[in-house]
Ligand binder design. Sequence first.
Ligand SMILES: O=C(O)CCC(=O)C(=O)O
Length: 267
Amino acid sequence: MIPIFKHIEKPEAIEYFNQNGYVAIESSLDKVLLEKIKQTMLQLIDVEREYINKKDYTDYGFLLCAPYYADKHPEILEIFENQDMLDFIESILNKWFTIYLYTNNCIPPQKRPSKAAQVHVDVPRIIPNYNYLLATLILLDDFTNENGGTWILPNSQNMLEQPDNDYFYKHAIQVNAPAGSILYFNPRIWHAAGENKSPDWRSCLIVAYCKPWVKQRVDIPRFMEHIDKSKIDKNKLQLLGFHSQTPSNFGEFYGTTCDRTYTQPFV
Ligand SMILES: O=C(O)CCC(=O)C(=O)O
């Protein structure tokens, strides 16, 4: 069993993260909100499959950019009102971090997802003793051995070569934690989604955060072009990367604050 910290135990949780490359924390996210988001995700993965319309669609169960759907499903952005979660991320990445990627992984019953179930890291490069990215899984279901809780190889974030499967599954731990927990991990850690042998879906949100100068995995502001941003508060817009966009013309660099696209401190 992995320890599950509470938010008031932040110093201990940070120490555990620094030693092991991951930590699980019982979140203060609203359970009703998470259940609503889970239903939304399960519905949207089929909507997205229709859009993509590919026969060999190996990413089934993931959305490419969850905020794309925030006009019809504003609950998708409500998680970013949780100050406990944001404070923890700030402790790792410092102020002005942004979202690198916001997706999900919903594994159908009796399935091993094709890509995430391979032992992998989310980013290849290592900057010693420096966190420029942080991955989080927000559990929308209890994670168990039966339904495919994530496998993590503790303290493997500096391991250059991919461990073979025998070594990995001998030394890795499988995350068992209740719905609502958040698993924070260094995206350079070796990990794999488990196999869902249960009769139910196993779902989580995957939100990765980065320093604001890191290029987002997908361009979230452009993905959200069709959405009226006037109703989205400025803290959420900052997180989504709207205040750290690369200028594409002179006005966006030299113009007034409303014209400029990089308006947050240049950290
Ligand atoms: O869903 C999981 O358990 C892990 C997902 C994962 O490893 C990934 O998407 O990179």
